[in-house]
Every structure is written in C-alpha cells, then in structure tokens.
Design a protein around this ligand. Structure first.
Ligand code: PHE
Length: 456
C-alpha cells in the first residue's frame, strides 16, 4: 500500500494489517501520550476521563465507522469523497486541509520537544529525580527560541522526508515493531508508576470522577480530545478508508482502532498521573507534564537510562506516524485537486507550516504573553482552534453527511457488502442521525461562543 498515488491505478493496502497500522498510527500519537494525561490533569481528573468515555462511545466509534465507510464507498480522499456524493459538500474536505495545517503547526512544536528529549536521554542527561531540576530543564529548553524552533524544524523535516518517500516502504514495516514496542513500554512504565509509594492518590485522581469538577469547559475539552486522539473530523480516516478494497470488512478496524487508541491513552495516563502525585509534581501543570514527570519515573527504575531514550524514541515514532497523516491530507489536496507536483507541494506546504508554527514554539518562551485571542497565546490558540472548533465542525458535518445526505441506510449497505452482517446497524443509524449531530452541535456552539467572547 502507499498513500502516494502517482500511477493511474489506485493503490490498495497490501494487507488489512497495513491499513490498520496506518490508521492506528495516525490515531496513536502525542494526543494519547502527551495530551491526554495533561488534559486529565488540567480538567479535574476522573470527571474528564468519564466524559471522554461517554463521548468515545456515542460519538467517536460511530464517526470512525462513518468516515471509513465513506472512504471505502467512494475510493477517494476526503474532498473527492464528499464531492462524488454531493458536489456542494466538497468544502468539508477543504476544512480538513485547513485543520491539518494548523494541527501540524503546533504538533511540530511538541514533536521538537520529543526529539530534544530523545537526544538528551541518549547522552544520559535525564537521569534526575528532582522535580525542580526537571522543571527547569524543560522550562529552559522551551523558552529558548533558537533551540525550540530548531528542533521543531527537525521534526518537520522528518515528517516531510517520510511523506516524500511514501509510507509503504520503511514506515509500514517499522510500525509493526515500533507500535507493539511502544505499547509494552508504556505498560511497564505504568506499572512502575502505580507502584511508587504515594501513587494511590494519583490513581484515585485519574479514575474516580469528582462530579463537582464538571463544567462546560471540561465537556468541550473532552470532546475535542476524542476528535484529536482518534484523528477524526479532518478526513484522515476517510482517505485511509478509501484505500480499502470492497472485500475487506470495515467493522473490525472501526472498532479496534478506537479501542487501541484509548488503551494507549489510558495506560499513558496511568504511567504519568500516579507518578505526578507520588513524586511531587503538579497535575495541572499543562503541556510540560509528560516531559517533567516521566524522566523522574525512569530515574527510579532499573535500567532507567535505557528506558528513557527508548521511550522517547518510540514517542517520536508515534508522533511521526501521526504528523505524516496531517501533512498528507494537505499535500494530497493540492496534488489531486490543483494538479500540483507532489514533491514541490510537499516542500512548500511544510515550509509554510514551519513559518506558521514558529509562533507556537515561541509562545512557550519569549512570546508567552503575546495573546492572539483573549488570553490565548499562539500555541493555545492553534490547539483550541483545531480540537474544539475545526475538528468538531468536521465531525458534525461528517455525521450529517453520512446520516442524512448520503443516508445511513446507504452507508449500512456499503458496510454489509459481500455478506458482512452489521448487527448493531440500528444502534449506529440512530446515533449517527439523531445523537451525534445535536450533541456535537451544542458543544460546538459553546466553543464558538467562547471564541467570539474572547475576540470582543
Ligand atoms: N490522533 C493524533 C494523535 O493522537 C493527532 C491527529 C489529529 C492526527 C488529527 C491526525 C489528525 O496524536
């Protein structure tokens, strides 16, 4: 399989596992390992996790199936997929392109942090237990404009290199080793973290919901996290589904991918949050949480140094299998729709993303207080704009499109091709038509309201 489609004949996944790996590779990334634990920490702990799960079941799973089905039906990437069923809807694909662009603009900032930590771990410079020292290493790095922008650039160059080569070669093979390795690794780290003296506070914080913590903000962020983590709402899964042939059952992967994605997020939470409490970090400290806490966990493990650099290497890998899917959505739009040359388009788009992304890196340091909207700096703005508004709008439109425009019955026919039996079809149809659109709409309106109030 290849996402690069230069031959007239459309590529297909060489195997079902190829599709699952690429889709899971897009889903599992910094969203699970870095964003989920700190979002739990900043949004009141278990209450956030509980709402996340509710949204996962009533919104995430149904939309994942809708996206993959739409892709397989049309055999086209997002813009074309919408257009081929209803011309006017092509803009939803376009929205995804904008979204991929802005996600990568700040995702690459964090990708750069991962590379920096990987290099530092390789040199053995992270074997430290003291929260203060770890905090100041992180703070020192992200506030240095030159270094953070440099590492962000390295991350983008790696992403670009993979997109240029096509993902069928190395990445697909490497995924088969790296993804399971990552899984085993965070599992081991979580065991160490849960068994640290004093960890039970953190486990409680993570798993026991405190209902008084629930407010509209927590709800908006939980929904945004579901979309972000599953890579849903910007056409990635439509595109990946389009490379499936009609013989493959899409029900399995549509269930496994969200399950795997969630499992990784939960284990990452268990690796991070108990240690936060046991070792004296602050759960609500935001985006730096993983970077300051985990090195301290490694420092209290046998072979901690080895663990540390292996871990950051695997996180980097997971981040890249996600970032390529963002860049790919942008590039394939210009190649398929505007007839651009793939290599030129990839390079130019990456450069523009780098420029637009630099302020995100700077807003961790010198531009911390440069607020572009309300009290949001560039980093937070890109994050909120994509997770809480663009992805959510994309998901809303996807549910209306599949449920009402194309029609849930037609979608079920596509799913049930070649004798596949979809037993939960009535439930899915109900969710995609009557539950997902109003639920997402209400939350989206609140996010928009907040954005508009910040402007005024
Ligand atoms: N799901 C990815 C992650 O968890 C991020 C992503 C979002 C990728 C949207 C593609 C599209 O890191």
């Amino acid at each position: 399989m290849s996402l690069i489609n230069e031959n007239k004949e459309r590529d297909k996944w060489s195997s079902k596992i190829g599709f699952i790996l690429a889709a899971a590779g897009s889903a599992v990334g910094l969203g699970n390992l870095w964003k989920f634990p700190y979002s739990v920490g900043s949004n009141g702990g278990g209450a956030f996790v509980m709402i996340y799960f509710i949204f996962l079941f009533v919104i995430g799973f149904p939309l994942m199936l809708a996206a993959i089905t739409l892709g397989r039906k049309t055999q086209l990437s997002a813009v074309g997929a919408y257009r081929s069923i209803k011309k006017k809807w092509a803009f939803v694909g376009g929205l995804g392109v904008v979204c991929g662009f802005f996600i990568l603009a700040f995702y690459s900032t964090v990708g750069g942090w991962v590379i920096y930590y990987f290099v530092k771990a390789l040199k053995g410079g992270l074997a430290i237990k003291d929260p203060e020292v770890l905090g100041s290493i992180f703070g020192g790095f992200i506030s240095s404009p030159v270094e953070s922008i440099l590492y962000q650039g390295i991350f983008l160059v790696l992403t670009l290199a993979i997109v240029l080569r096509g993902i069928s070669g190395g990445i697909e093979k490497a995924s088969k080793i790296m993804m399971p390795a990552l899984f085993v690794m965070i599992f081991l780290i979580s065991i160490r973290s849960i068994t640290l003296p004093g960890a039970s506070e953190g486990i409680k914080f993570f798993l026991v919901p405190d209902f008084s913590k629930i407010n509209m903000n927590v709800i908006m962020n939980a929904l945004g996290q579901v979309f972000f983590s599953l890579s849903i709402g910007m056409g990635v899964m439509v595109t990946y589904g389009s490379y499936l042939d009609k013989d493959s059952n899409i029900l399995g992967p549509s269930a496994y991918i969200p399950m795997l994605d969630t499992a990784v997020a939960i284990i990452a939470g268990l690796a991070t949050l108990p240690a936060v409490f046991a070792l004296g970090f602050k759960a609500s400290s935001g985006p730096g949480l993983m970077f300051v806490t985990l090195p301290a966990v490694f420092a209290s493990m046998p072979f901690g140094k080895v663990f540390c650099f292996l871990f950051f290497m695997l996180v980097l890998f997971a981040a890249l299998t996600s970032s390529i899917s963002m860049l790919e959505v942008c590039v394939s739009y210009f190649v398929d729709e505007k007839g651009a040359n793939r290599i030129k388009a990839s390079i130019i788009i990456s450069m523009i993303i780098y420029l637009v992304g630099m302020p995100a890196s700077l807003s961790m340091g010198p531009w911390k207080d440069v607020h572009i909207l309300g009290n949001l700096n560039f980093f937070d703005f890109y994050d909120k704009l994509t997770s809480n508004i663009l992805l959510t709008s994309g998901g809303l439109l996807l549910s209306i499109f599949v449920g009402w425009v194309w029609g849930a019955d037609n979608a079920v026919k596509e799913i049930e091709l070649r004798g596949v039996k979809f037993r939960l079809a009535p439930v899915w149809k109900f969710l995609i038509k009557y539950v997902v659109p109003p639920a997402v709409f209400i939350i989206l309106i609140n996010s928009l309201k907040e954005l508009i109030m910040a402007i005024l």
